[in-house]
Each structure stands twice: as C-alpha cells, then as structure tokens.
Design a protein around this ligand. Structure first.
Ligand SMILES: [Zn+2]
Length: 107
C-alpha cells in the first residue's frame, strides 16, 4: 500500500477516496479518528491519510488527485510541496514534512 493523499480535512480525504473508487482504484482511509488528537500529538501524525491498496496505482491516483478540484464546502485548498510532494492545508505557510515554503497564493 502507498499513501497518496493526506489532510486534516476529513471531507477532502473522503472526496479523494470517492474519486479513486469511481476510477476503479481501491483505497483505504487511515487515521480517520486520530485527528481529534491534534494539539496533543505532533500535527504530522494526526493527518487523515488515503492509501491505495496496490502500489502500481499510486502514480495514477496522485495524478488524478492533483488535478481534481476540491469539494464544494471545503474551506481550505490544500497545496502540494514542490520539494517532497507532501500535501498541506492552505493555512500552513511551510511544508510540515520538509519545511519548504508554500507556493504563492494565486487567488
Ligand atoms: Zn515538503
């Protein structure tokens, strides 16, 4: 299995899962019930994660999610780190994983 998406936004993770499932890619959500621990645990450990069941699907899945619009009602548009590929919520100015700065806001 490989992680293809992570977010603090449960709606965004489930939307991403729906996108993959509707394209025939099997996936599972992890850490769905850990996010309530945010503030007590390191934030990076509390993100809700989406994993594909088969490693071979990972590249395809990531490509689909990269171009997929966020769901209606999602308040924050996550951004993907150009250096390491991790996804962070918009309110973070730096990548939680490697510390690279977020891309400039375009909106
Ligand atoms: Zn990074």
């Amino acid at each position: 299995m490989r992680r293809v998406f992570s977010s603090f936004d449960l709606v965004a993770v489930h939307h991403a899962r729906n996108v993959l499932e509707s394209n025939g890619i099997g996936s599972v959500v992890r850490n769905e019930f850990l996010s309530s621990g945010a503030g007590e645990l390191p934030p990076a450990d509390c993100q809700i994660e989406l994993w594909v069941l088969h490693d071979a699907d990972a590249a395809h899945a990531e490509a689909m999610l990269r171009f997929d619009a966020p769901p209606a009602g999602a308040r924050e548009h996550p951004w993907r780190c150009a250096r390491c590929g991790e996804v962070s919520e918009r309110q973070f100015t730096h990548c939680w994983s490697c510390g690279a700065p977020a891309p400039a806001l375009t909106a």
